[in-house]
Design a protein around this ligand. Sequence first.
Ligand code: FAD
Length: 290
Amino acid sequence: MKIDEILKKKRTLSFEVFPPKKGSLGIEKIFKTIDELKALNPDYISVTYGAGGSNRNSNVEIASYIKNQAKIEALAHLTGGPSSYSDIDEIVKKLHSEGIENILALRGDKPIDFNDDYCKTFKHATDLMEYLKDEDFTLAGACYPEGHNECESLYEDLAHMKEKEQAGAKFFVTQVFYDNEYYYRLVSEARKAGIKSPIIPGIMPLVSHKSIPSIKNMCGASIPLDFRNMLEVYKDDPELLEEFGINYAVYQIEDLIAKGAPGIHLYIMNRASIAKKIYERLENVFSKLF
Ligand code: FAD
């Protein structure tokens, strides 16, 4: 089923998984994670795609497992990045043959040694969306509550978000954030700019002190001082740290739901146990309000 159709009827609960680092080694572990996530009744599960297409086979294999074995809707991420038209044609053919109906169309992160030739064909996510628009997929786009790190301002980024909607994005999933006010500002400014599609907040429980620098560097998400202090105080107690991280995510989710978010997308870093702990705390909320 197309995810935009689900969103017309209800709030969605979704999880993100990523393919194992080394080819298909460890793919069985991801399948097991998906089986465990199924018990939490997600509306869909998304699967990431390497920026340079490095894991394209396992991306399709996992999306297919989600859709055809676990019988859950799949959202396959696809990055234009340095791909050629024929690279994208090949992957699109495979996604169609596995019955995948939803694509999160992205440009992909630029490598450190990036030069102007890196994204020749698909310079931006919108180029990939335009290329896919006659294919029978529901397209989604990424958006950034604190603005994308290559943009001068949130407003410049919002103008490009609007172009994504015009290029066919039927809903958006946000980058990670730890201060809900950034999400509310994004939604409010997006509506003023005429963007009408649902904007699904992406929440990543921060359960390890070590992840703090990478969150800041990779996602550009700022971590509120109070929360950072809590993580600092308990940094040598992994069990307590996890508890605090989960509690914080639960608080974020409750606030987002109370203020009308159209769904929750959980970045769970392939850890079904984290998804389960959050689900258990919010089971009543999910069963009544989703
Ligand atoms: P774009 O929309 O192309 O935006 C990139 C930058 O260019 C932004 O600053 C934007 O404002 C600007 N821009 C856009 N259009 C134009 C234009 N026409 N002219 C000038 N500037 C423009 N990365 C992966 O490699 N694999 C994944 O699976 C993956 N999944 C993700 C899922 C989500 C929900 C999110 C939020 C991010 C994900 N990423 C993933 C990271 C993403 O690839 C990076 O954030 C990347 O830097 C930007 O991708 P984009 O699709 O937003 O690009």
